[in-house]
Design a protein around this ligand. Structure first.
Ligand code: UDP
Length: 235
């Protein structure tokens, strides 16, 4: 197998499926099935889930709420999503731990790096909730940072597009997908993969990123089996 330990980043927005807000049970179930296929191969899996389906810090500004307060609201949204993912994964017979970037003791363990690694070694799926635990960051940055901390082999960014394109494929019919691209090229061409903090963390730590379509059944499995799925970004 190509990878032993992966970090899967799922956006909160993807979780809302066709619902427009919140969590779509059908999408949640689909993700659990996809993750189970990979877990059954014996891979160690860590997950970072976004919160955009519930709240983003930036929304606070338009609502007369302080930005930092809004960011904490966004972080709490990722905990709600993390609990949902945890619930459905356990329903599929997987063992899980939800670890939080700040203390929410009744529902999550605090993030302790050595402990997270131990959970992974024992075959538990580890979900990182509440982001990094600090405002002004994103869950993409959380994914990069946690992946480096737990020494993951790769960050798998599951989105609704099947990779990185020369232009926005939803707006430009001539846009072409890269199957492979270097960090430097992404930077020079100004392509949108992750926010710069998240992206730079991966680049500086030589951690490859694969952007792929998480909504296509079997894609995640094909990817970890070494098939060419999505766009690989590496040094
Ligand atoms: N957030 C934060 N610090 C973090 C991670 C997230 O403040 O370390 C907040 C931020 O307000 C962000 C929100 O949580 O807008 C939800 O995360 P994100 O927007 O990354 O979710 P996604 O776009 O992946 O659904």
């Amino acid at each position: 197998m190509k990878y032993k330990r992966i970090l899967l980043k799922l956006s909160g927005e993807a979780l809302m499926g066709d619902e427009g807000y919140g969590i779509d049970p059908k999408r949640l179930e689909q993700y659990a099935q996809e993750i189970k296929k990979v877990k059954d191969l014996g891979l160690e899996i860590a997950i970072v889930i976004g919160g955009g389906n519930i709240f983003r810090g930036i929304q606070a500004e338009g609502a007369g709420i302080d930005r930092v307060q809004g960011d904490y609201m966004g972080m709490l949204a990722t905990v709600i999503n993390g609990m949902a993912v945890q619930g459905v994964l356990e329903n599929h017979g997987m063992y899980t731990r939800l670890m939080s970037g700040f203390k929410i003791e009744q529902v999550c363990e605090p993030f302790i790096r050595r402990r997270a690694i131990r959970h992974l070694e024992k075959g538990r799926v580890v979900i990182f909730g509440a982001g990094i635990g600090n405002p002004y960051f994103t869950t993409d940055s959380t994914a990069s940072l946690r992946a480096i901390e737990i020494e993951a082999d790769v960050v798998l960014k599951g989105t609704r597009v099947d990779g990185v394109y020369t232009a926005d494929p939803e707006k430009d019919a001539d846009a072409k997908r890269y199957s492979k691209i270097s960090f430097q090229e992404v930077y020079e061409k100004g392509l949108n993969v992750m926010d710069m903090t998240a992206f730079t963390l991966c680049q500086e730590n030589d951690l490859p990123i694969i952007v792929f379509d998480m909504n296509k059944p079997g894609n995640l499995l094909d990817l970890v089996n070494g098939e060419k799925v999505g766009t690989l970004i590496q040094s």
